[in-house]
Design a protein around this ligand. Structure first.
Ligand code: PLP
Length: 405
């Protein structure tokens, strides 16, 4: 098997040594590295176009506005959103979900209602709903997960009921890599008239996403997991929801007119973007989307699938290692434990060999509890990873075992 993509060279940060060894970066689920195209776009924006958006007639402001709104068009095309009016820039997935909880949630969820999440969720798709339910006297319900890391869809069917005001679920699990059958799940919820929010943080870097084909109501993602900058992300929401939802943060840009007696709000998406936005972040995100699209998400998917298979085989051969999460459909995440060795020790020993993985609960404490562990070690893949990276990881794990044997 030969890796289909060869793009490591386009990522300057990956050329360095770590602890005197060539850096092997296997922490892309936490954040991805940035290709030169993104770094260049950020530099060019600040060197040539930087100004505030939407508010001035001068040339630089015109250019900055064009760049910012141009990025919105790129996000809309990337998700196949019907309209650019449906793209709200946020700080990331967390802020996008909080936005929906504070607006849609606040107006739609009342005492005795239910919000349905799954046991696979990242904390950012649990806590905002828990806070909402607590403040409204509503109940948070949870779809269980099977031993292989797949959702228990039979129970999901039963939990989607007349009291369910929203289903909020992840497209891809950051902790286990499970790819949920979101299209089928959305269809089940919509058949009962239940709106669906999808946390796409771990999906957009790996899979082609089409929000119209999915049929969901909200889709959230973060730029930094998509080879773009930190501090920027987006919420896609159906126009009918954005029109009906109240604003959540007040300030500049989200208004049509302000009087002490009454403020009239702007139309979406401006209604949800109070204050100076992360303009350069949006520009960088647009560049990341261009870069990934040119590479081709089909090829990215094939590349990562091949690496995942190779990594699964290599890690399964390490004595005493147990993979946590063995769903039939997985993205490039290898979560594991090693008998008698704490995940943090695994991470520390690997780090000394220049290998960057993540250890801990991965912001999914309920899921860790479900699998009876406090933490796992997690190697997660990006487009720049190679078979050689996985071989270095496997060798590194053999060293870990030798040290603790
Ligand atoms: N949802 C999932 C599945 C994630 O993996 C993450 C980040 O790890 C988030 C949400 C939160 O993303 P952010 O911290 O960029 O808002």
């Amino acid at each position: 098997m030969s890796a289909l993509l060869d793009v490591k060279r386009e990522f300057p940060i990956l050329a360095q040594s770590a602890r005197g060894k060539p850096l092997v970066y296997l922490d892309s689920a936490a954040t991805t590295q940035k290709p030169r195209a993104v770094l260049e776009a950020l530099r060019r924006y600040y060197e040539e176009d930087n100004a505030n958006v939407h508010r001035a007639v001068h040339l630089l402001s015109e250019r900055a506005t064009k760049a910012y709104e141009g990025a919105r068009e790129k996000v809309a095309a990337f998700l196949n959103a019907p309209s650019i009016r449906e793209i709200v820039f946020t700080r990331g997935t967390t802020e996008a979900i909080n936005l929906v909880a504070h607006t849609f949630g606040r107006t739609r969820v009342g005492a005795g209602d239910e919000v349905l999440v799954t046991h696979l969720e990242h904390h950012s798709n649990i806590v905002p709903w828990q806070m909402l339910c607590q403040s409204k006297g509503a109940a948070l319900k949870v779809v269980p997960v099977l031993d292989n890391g797949e959702l228990d869809l039979a129970v999901l069917d039963r939990l989607l009921g007349p009291k369910t005001k929203l289903l909020a679920l992840g497209h891809v699990s950051n902790a286990l890599g499970t790819i949920n059958p979101v299209r089928d799940i959305v269809a089940k919820a919509k058949a009962k008239g239940i709106p669906v929010l999808i946390d796409g943080a771990q999906a957009v870097p790996h899979l082609k996403v089409d929000v119209q084909a999915l049929g969901c109501d909200f889709y959230a993602f973060s730029g930094h997991k998509l080879y773009g900058p930190t501090g920027i992300g987006a919420l896609w929401a159906k126009a009918e929801h954005l029109d009906a939802m109240p604003p959540w943060q007040g300030g500049g840009d989200m208004i049509a007119s302000v009087r002490f007696e009454e403020t009239l709000y702007n139309v979406p998406p401006a209604k949800f973007e109070a204050g100076t936005p992360d303009i350069s972040g949006a520009v960088g995100l647009g560049a990341a989307i261009d870069w990934l699209t040119a590479l081709g998400l089909d090829r990215v998917e094939a590349h990562e699938k091949a690496l995942l298979e190779k990594g699964t085989a290599l890690l399964s051969a390490v004595p005493g290692l147990t993979l946590v999460g063995t769903a039939r459909h997985k993205a490039g995440v290898l979560s594991f434990t090693m008998e008698g060795i704490h995940p943090h020790d695994i991470g520390t020993v690997l780090d000394r060999q220049g290998i960057a993985i993540r250890t801990g609960h991965h912001c999914a404490q309920p899921l860790m509890e479900r699998f009876g562990v406090a933490a796992t070690a997690r190697a997660s893949l990006g487009v720049y990873n190679t078979e050689a990276d996985l071989e270095v990881l496997a060798k590194g794990l053999t060293k870990v075992r030798e040290m603790f044997a």
